[in-house]
Structures are given as C-alpha cells and as structure tokens.
Design a protein around this ligand. Structure first.
Ligand SMILES: [Zn+2]
Length: 347
C-alpha cells in the first residue's frame, strides 16, 4: 500500500472509531441484528458491489515456480492480505452472500487444487499426529494463531482416491479440515480432461465417484463446489451435469464452478456474477508470472473497485454509481443501502 493510502486509512480508521466501528472480534451474530442502516460507517467507503479475488494455489515447495509457491512466499501472501485490509472468507459464504466481513475489509478466497501432500502433510511423533508446519495447512494454522482475527480458511479441491497422498491419515485430514473451518471441493475422479468427455454417464462418474469417495470419510459434509481441471469444460449440452447430477444414489449440486485464471470476480450480488464461471487469480511470485502481485497492486491503485464490507451481512451497501448492477433476485430479504461516494470525497 502506498503511503498516502496508508495515511488516509489511518485517518479513516480513527474517524471510524469515534462512530462506533466494530472491531472484528466483536463481530458476532448478536451485534449484526442490532445494526441499522444509519449505523453504517460510510467513511469506510463500503462497496459491496466491488470485485473479489479468488486466489488459486497448487503446490507449496522450497522455490517459487509457475504452479508452485515457496513456503516463504505463501506466508508473505497471507501477511500482505492481512496487512492490506483483506479478510479471508470461504468460497461458499462468498457465493451465497453469507460472508460476515468486518466493516472496511475486503473479502478474499483461497483455493488449493490437486490435494498434494505439501498442502496437508502430517507426521507421527510418539504416537501423536503433528501437522507439518511447512505444509499449507500447517502454515495457515500457525498464521491463525498469530492473527486470530483474520479467519484463515481455504477450500481444497481433491481428485482420485489418494488426496494429500497419505492414505492412512486421510480420515484424520478430511475431518480436521471440516472441523477447523476449511472446505473441500470436487476436482473430478481422474483429474479429467472434461473437454474430451462426450457422454452424460462419464461426467456423472467423474463428479459422482469423487463425491462418493470423499463422503465415506465425512458423510455429513456437503461438497458444493467444483474446480475444473485445466479449466476445461465439456460441450454445451453436457454442462448442466457440471452443476448437478445423481450417481449411484448420490446427488451432487455445485453452487460454484471455478475456472483457471485470471482476473478478479464480481460481487455475488452483481448481475454479472456467474456462479458457473468463477475466475481465479494464480498466486505466483516468479519473475515471469506475477498474476497475484499485479492484482494486489491494481487494487492498491484502484481502492474504490474493491469489495469493501459495510460490516453487516443483511445490509448491502452500494455506492450510487454501481446500483445498476444489483441483482435483485439475490437479495432475499437483505436491505439495500445506497449512498453517494462522490459526495463523501467533496466533504
Ligand atoms: Zn488440478
């Protein structure tokens, strides 16, 4: 963040303090009920029609690469997001508009594809299972301890029958994830080239067989999102089976389908948001590939384009210049709060 923005932020935050700004830790459902439109702090420039980054990661390694990110770089990403007014949310909460994001913060979603061992590695020490602190989950758990207000969470997209590559610990891992606020998504049974599949049965198999496999370990959990391997899709007539289907008695329904690349996504309540094609930004820090770095910088320079929460789940605060994009069908009883953010600049 550049100095001017940082300075402005400090001023905004201190102004906000005098107006009853709720600290993130005070963000509990009880408070949510009490807040009225008049309590919303407009000096934070809430913009719930702004853009959201869904970040895509694969492997945590020693060195940065195109599809890999080093442990250090992953930690730096978390620190950057934390220090720059972002707040982690689950993909599901983002899509359904159920995010509870502190006022003034921008939601951001983390996703990991492929279920590699370095995403979630465990080691057994004196009969006890220890999460490898260098694996993605280990790094996030540590970050959570240091920054309890940041809501460290991610969705892991799994394929095949050996996700995270330690079969003996799979039961522990899947249960640990869902008990600790992470999510699990479908990445097909064979990491399939879905563009080469031309029968309904094969799509149902690819999605249903994987869902069935994971359900054996976490029967109560609902897998409701899909990350397309290589970002590829079958022909148009088969695409409905990406969204929902039934396979060997198991029904699946995806409220979000994720692409590979390469730009921020619309707000969940924006007419242009398409749950079947959610773009993702690749986290990378090599000289050649800096997709995430470029978007971080973009949102520093274009702060007004970010989704900025008003702090209240059931009130949607939208600057007047963006109200034409509101998708009324999504509101379901939520209140709309329109304000003129240019007026605010002129005060
Ligand atoms: Zn993949």
């Amino acid at each position: 963040m550049n100095r001017l923005l940082l300075f402005l932020n400090i001023i905004l935050i201190s102004l906000a303090g005098s107006r009853g700004y709720l600290e993130p830790e005070e963000f509990v459902e009880e408070h949510q009920e009490e807040i009225r439109i008049d309590d919303i702090d407009l000096t934070l420039k809430p913009n719930e029609m702004g853009k959201v980054m869904v970040l895509m990661l694969h492997s945590i390694e020693d060195e940065d690469g195109v599809w890999e990110i080093s442990k250090e770089s992953f930690k730096k990403n978390l620190e950057y997001l934390h220090d720059n007014n972002y707040y982690l949310v689950s993909l599901k909460d983002y899509i359904t508009g159920e995010m509870v994001v502190p006022a003034g913060k921008t939601p951001v979603v983390l996703t990991f594809d492929d279920g590699l061992k370095n995403n979630f590695n465990v080691v057994e020490e004196n009969g006890e299972l220890i999460i490898d602190p260098d694996s993605a989950v280990g790094i996030m758990e540590e970050f959570k301890k240091e920054n309890p207000r940041f809501n460290s969470t991610a969705t892991f997209y799994l394929f095949g029958t050996n996700p995270f590559r330690q079969k003996e610990y799979l039961d522990f891992k899947l249960n640990f994830l869902i008990e600790n606020g992470y999510d699990i998504g479908n990445h097909t049974y064979n990491h399939a080239f879905l563009n080469e599949i031309n029968s309904k049965e094969e799509i149902l198999f690819q999605l249903g067989e994987e869902a069935k496999f994971i359900k054996e370990f976490i029967p109560e959990y609902e897998i409701n999102s899909l990350s397309l391997p290589y970002g590829l899709r079958p022909e148009e007539s088969l695409q409905e089976y990406l969204v929902r289907g039934e396979y060997e008695g198991i029904k699946y329904e995806h409220i979000g389908i994720l692409d590979v690349g390469s730009h921020p996504s619309y707000s969940w309540v924006d007419k242009r948001f398409n749950f079947k094609e959610i773009p993702r930004i690749r986290v990378s820090r090599t000289e050649e590939y800096q997709e995430s770095e470029e978007w971080y910088e973009y949102f520093e320079e274009n702060y007004d384009l970010r989704y900025i929460s008003d702090g209240v789940k059931d009130i949607i605060t939208v600057p007047e210049d963006m109200k034409i994009y509101i998708n009324e069908d999504k509101l379901e009883g939520k209140e709309i709060n329109i304000y003129n953010r240019e007026m605010l600049d002129n005060d």
